[in-house]
Ligand binder design. Structure first.
Ligand SMILES: *Cc1c(COP(=O)(O)O)cnc(C)c1O
Length: 380
């Protein structure tokens, strides 16, 4: 049985008619930039996120950068980010000339440790970026409390958390801005690159809208320097067609994750993901912790199972950031060697989940046996 890490074809097949109709409508309109689907999607996505404003843009990295720039963050400012995340969370900070200051993750978790954040605040700290990694909401109460105490902006990286909830509220509604990516494999994915910023602040929404479009406030009036990072009409049409299905897809992801949890609960060599109380995660990825991760991942791939690693090199050890001295990030560095993403997508079938779990158990037993053999051969 061959099981991919994600299966975008299965999703398209499940709603082909709706997607095809949306694409045809956008193509026939031929208003590819600034067409009607962009506004329609922005309105629908704002409603979905339970926030007054959503502003589309070219991708999730730009959503982060445009939100920070609109908040006035720039050269010399420090922004606290997790190191255990996709590179773009930190890259967006550096693109503005600001300095990403890397914080460790919580013990036993995947997201920012509020105590580590509090220790890193200096006079230059302007903002903190909680990343709701793999669809697990961060400890927002604690992070918001630190932000209030030190007058920091909170910019949420929701690129893996469309629709997740923390104490009943959608992620993306806690900070000044919630930044989303619609990269094809995300929980809500376009057919190319796309992103959005959601906010309750109309002036912030207006500034992001100007920045994404050459700093324009009207067709020929450029109030400032901006960039070209627009959401295009075709992507918006695809997103409009997909958005009504997002909650059901997230529910299917949670069901699949619960099934993995159940099948792996009694396997002592596998650490299944912990869920924070009072949160509704959306499992962008189902990530376990295993010993000898690289060997396990390769063994799964040899058996036609699409195992992933998110992420093998923490941001603070990536070359553009590695020259700066960083406080030790022991939990992050340990995680980078242990995390293993198992196949998970809304359409995955129960027998596929069972097969992945059984194969993972078999691989771990094989490795243990081989190790015992190697040890006893070494002793002889
Ligand atoms: C995907 C992702 C981004 C960047 O989004 P793009 O649309 O690829 O630019 C940022 N942060 C996280 C956590 C992501 O997963």
């Amino acid at each position: 049985m061959q099981i991919p890490l994600v299966d975008l074809k299965a999703q398209y097949a499940s709603i082909k008619d709706e997607i095809d109709a949306a694409i045809r409508a956008a193509v026939e309109r031929a208003a590819f930039i600034g067409g009607p689907f962009v506004q329609r999607f922005e309105d629908a996505f704002a409603r979905y996120c339970e926030r007054p404003h959503a502003v589309g843009c070219g991708n999730g990295t730009d959503a982060l950068r445009l939100a920070m720039e609109a908040l006035g963050i720039g050269a010399g400012d420090e922004v606290i980010v997790p190191s255990h995340t996709f590179f773009a969370s930190a890259e967006a900070v550096a693109q503005l000339g600001a300095v990403p200051v890397f914080a460790d993750v919580e013990e036993g978790g995947f997201t920012l440790d509020p105590a580590a954040v509090a220790k890193l605040v200096t006079r230059r700290t302007r903002a903190v970026i909680p990343v709701h990694l793999y669809g697990h909401p961060c400890d927002m109460d604690a992070i918001l409390e630190i932000a209030r105490r030190h007058d920091l902006e909170v910019i949420e990286d929701c690129a893996q958390a469309h629709g997740a909830r923390y104490k009943g509220r959608r992620t993306g509604t806690f900070g000044a801005a919630g930044c989303f990516s619609f990269y094809p494999a995300k929980n809500l994915g376009a057919f190319g690159d796309a992103g959005a910023v959601v906010t309750a602040n109309p002036e912030l929404a207006r500034r992001v809208a100007a920045l994404r479009d050459h700093g324009r406030s009207s067709k020929f009036d450029h109030e400032r320097l901006g960039v070209n990072s627009r959401l295009d009409d075709l992507q918006a049409a695809v997103l409009c067609a997909k958005l009504p299905h997002l909650d059901a897809w997230n529910e299917a992801r949670r069901r699949a994750a619960a099934e993995y949890d159940r099948l792996l609960a009694d396997e002592p060599r596998v650490g299944v993901p912990a869920v924070r109380p009072a949160t509704e995660p959306v499992y962008h990825l189902y990530v376990v912790r295993v010993p000898e991760r690289d060997r396990v991942a390769n063994a799964l791939r040899d058996r036609q199972i699409g195992a992933g690693i998110h992420y093998p090199i923490p941001c603070h050890l990536q070359r553009p950031f590695a020259e700066r001295t960083h406080a030790g990030l022991p939990r992050t560095e340990r995680l980078a060697g242990e995390v293993l993403s198992l196949p998970l997508f809304p359409e995955i079938r129960p027998e596929e989940i069972r097969h992945v779990a059984e194969t993972l158990r078999a691989v771990l037993s094989d490795l243990a046996t081989n190790q015992e053999l190697a040890v006893s051969a070494g002793d002889a």
